[in-house]
Design a protein. Structure first.
Length: 132
């Protein structure tokens, strides 16, 4: 088992990662009957894309002895209403400050775009990437 998810009432869940004991909460978004006081489940999907990309970029850099000193991503999730689903995720990633040449930059970006979450979403959700 990976996690345990418990309903807390009022459209909120508690999600515990079993290996570490770390807990996060989700809440239904304001536009779907919730209070929007925590990540929604679809927020987590979109955010997981950026997190996975950065993780895979870090692994690539470790394996290729490339310094990876900075990365920040902003995530925009766009929902569709009929049916209600994630239509598009836009990830804007700032990789400035790593002092990579163009070749290294392209390889690191390619590694990130091939992360497991991106591969899972591709073909089902429109993905857009912007790199600074």
């Amino acid at each position: 088992m990976t996690s345990r998810v418990s309903y807390l009432g009022n459209l909120r869940t508690s999600c515990t990662h079993l290996a570490s004991g770390t807990t996060i909460f989700t809440d239904a978004p304001i536009d779907n009957h919730g209070k929007g006081e925590a990540f929604s489940p679809t927020d987590l999907v979109a955010t997981s894309l950026a997190s996975c990309m950065i993780t895979i970029m870090g692994i690539y850099c470790q394996e290729h002895a490339v310094d990876f000193n900075f990365c920040e991503a902003s995530v925009l999730k766009i929902m569709s209403s009929s049916p209600r689903r994630i239509q598009k995720v836009v990830v804007e990633m700032d990789l400035s400050g790593n002092n990579w040449d163009e070749k290294t930059l392209h390889k690191v970006i390619a590694a990130g775009k091939a992360c497991p979450v991106a591969r899972t979403l591709e073909g089902n959700v429109e993905l857009e990437f912007k790199f600074i």
